[in-house]
Ligand binder design. Structure first.
Ligand SMILES: [Zn+2]
Length: 104
């Protein structure tokens, strides 16, 4: 894992960004179309992230577009929001401690 910009980290086969709605890091897998700009990223198509406790059924989904450093939430995200926000920097406290992947 390595920080490639204030808003993106690089892991194995994917980037990660901080989602302020879920207060989690979400993966951005390679294979999406990416404009290559780590400071103003655009990915296509949209991301549908699911996370939570599958064993208890408390699974949430977060659905959004990422365009020009903007996160555009879709209505079927777990918070039922559809606003557009600027991607926030990865929180300071996660910059060093986040990283289950150490291969790189
Ligand atoms: Zn999210």
């Amino acid at each position: 894992m390595s920080q490639v910009s204030p808003i993106l980290r690089r892991g194995t086969g994917r980037y990660f960004h901080w989602c302020p709605a879920c207060e989690e890091m979400h993966p951005l897998p390679d294979g999406w179309r990416f404009n290559g700009d780590i400071n103003a990223p655009t990915f296509e198509p949209s991301f549908l992230q699911t996370f939570g406790e599958k064993t208890t059924g408390a699974v949430r989904q977060c659905h959004y577009f990422m365009r020009s450093r903007q996160i555009q939430f879709c209505f079927d995200t777990w918070q039922k929001r559809r606003d557009t926000i600027a991607m926030p920097p990865i929180p300071e406290h996660l910059r060093d401690t986040f990283g289950h992947e150490t291969q790189d």
